[in-house]
Unconditional design. Structure first.
Ligand code: HEM
Length: 427
């Protein structure tokens, strides 16, 4: 008798096994009503970074262009492909280049992995920069988001440095000379320039010490710093009330009610109605107050999945079509002429060609300081949440001019500079 019960119990346990495993991981069924939609965002480790509801403006593709999310997803791709590359790479001047050749020739999907890492890194620098432009042109750095803008400037600098440190690792001619040029720009800083350069290189020239330092910064220190900054950046978005949006016309402001008690004429029992309080803003559903928010599940999640799929697809296609460059092994006796910094520092290199101090240190430092101060200098409240708002014409014009000058310098440096940094025609 007891055997039969045991067998029956076992059979039931086996039958319910998949459902029990599933429900032990996911506490809620797929949501079918508002309460469940709310609790899905609330109780899931990955989803609870979202608020239960977001404003409709957050999901307007033409508002954010998905650039912040793309930056984040590119970083994720970089972490995954970077860890895989670490299984093969050795940060030694005698081995690094050979390991690159191995990736190309004998490691399954090695070249593809390297391509994905390389194109995501370039993509991240460009997309983070564009994300900053979107935040500026929509006035999204204004109160209460000033500090998140400052966090963003930190993110931009760490992203640039992360990409720069990775540039050296293949240990080919391109890497060696780009970093030689890049670090010599740091050397132009007054008083501490040479010390900074020495701190970066661990020596007076680019060699084994520099390779090791760049490697440790690239695979451990900077990704950790970036992860921390991104976590604070996302947390601040929540605390600042979600993404910026245009101010909504005030509704359901103060209502003056003079009647506090109404007696129904033809009923025995008198009903008393009292005023309980005033409501304001879109999130409290009272009467016909329009609600401009939507549930994060599934609306925000679907939008995020779409941006993720798009980002991965673009990187995959690029990696299939174009191989990451690998030049000759390092030859310290044969500098290419001209030796160029990575493209995102070509604006600096171009300015350095006019004045080493101003181009390499003075102007970039002033520019970064101004960027950090932007939200504390521009205190006007108009035009937030709108692309190129009229009220922000002056600020937008100044910023756009600076962006275009930088882009122009990068184009000149990439295509129009030849031997000894002289002007050449690319055609
Ligand atoms: C690794 C780099 C970065 C990542 C992963 C990142 C990620 C994000 C994400 C996902 C959002 C929300 C969606 C969106 O606006 O697209 C956002 C918003 C924001 N980001 Fe970034 N960001 C980065 C760099 C920057 C930079 C360089 C700045 C400015 C200097 C910046 C300033 C802001 C601000 C102020 C917001 C709030 C925008 C609003 O409320 O409309 N971020 N960021």
């Amino acid at each position: 008798m007891s055997d039969t019960t045991k067998e029956g119990g076992l059979r039931t346990a086996m039958r319910e096994f998949p459902a029990n495993v599933w429900s032990s991981i996911f506490r809620n069924p797929l949501p079918s009503n508002d309460l469940e939609r709310a609790s899905t965002s609330f109780t899931n480790f990955f989803l609870h970074v979202h608020p239960v509801k977001v404003h409709r403006n957050t999901l307007r593709p033409l508002y954010t262009l998905g650039l912040g999310l793309m930056s984040f997803f590119l970083f994720l791709i970089l972490v995954v492909t970077g860890v895989l590359l670490m299984f093969y790479y050795v940060p030694s001047t005698t081995q690094a280049y050979d390991r690159m050749l191995d990736l190309r020739g004998s490691v399954a999907f090695g070249i593809f992995l390297r391509n994905m890492h390389r194109w995501s890194a370039h993509g991240m620098v460009a997309i983070v920069f564009l994300h900053m432009c979107r935040v500026f042109f929509t006035g999204a750095y204004k109160k209460p988001r000033e500090f998140n803008w400052v966090m963003g400037v930190g993110l931009l600098l760490v992203t640039l440095f992360l990409s720069f440190t990775g540039y050296l690792l293949p240990w080919d001619q391109l890497a060696f000379w780009a970093i030689t040029v890049g670090t010599s720009i740091a050397g132009y800083a007054p008083l501490v320039g040479k010390q900074i350069q020495f701190l970066l290189l661990g020596d007076t020239t680019v060699g084994q010490e520099a390779l090791l330092r760049f490697y440790v910064l690239h695979v451990a220190v900077l990704p950790l710093v970036l992860t921390l900054l991104i976590a604070v950046h996302f947390w601040r978005i929540r605390k600042d009330g979600g993404l910026s949006r245009p101010e909504e016309p005030a509704r359901a402001q103060a209502v003056t009610l003079t009647v506090t008690a109404v007696a129904a004429p033809n009923t025995e029992k008198k009903k008393i109605y009292g005023l309980q309080g005033f409501v304001r803003g879109p999130f409290t559903k009272v009467g016909n107050v329009p609600d401009n928010s939507v549930f994060s599940w599934p609306n925000l999640l679907i939008a995020e999945l779409f941006v993720f799929a798009l980002t991965v697809a673009v990187i995959l296609v690029l990696s299939l079509m174009f191989n990451a460059p690998l030049e000759e092994p390092v030859n310290v006796m044969h500098p290419p002429n001209p030796a160029k910094a990575p493209w995102y520092f070509l604006g600096l290199q171009e300015m350095v060609s006019y004045s080493a101090f101003w181009g390499g240190v003075g102007i970039p430092t002033t520019f970064v300081l101004l960027l950090l101060l932007v939200p504390y200098i521009d205190r006007g409240t108009g035009g937030v949440g709108q692309w190129f708002a009229r009220e922000r014409l002056l600020a937008n014009t100044i910023f756009l001019t600076l962006v275009l000058v930088n882009v122009m310098f990068i184009i000149i440096g990439t295509f129009f500079r030849g031997p000894n940094w002289s002007m050449v025609s690319p055609w």
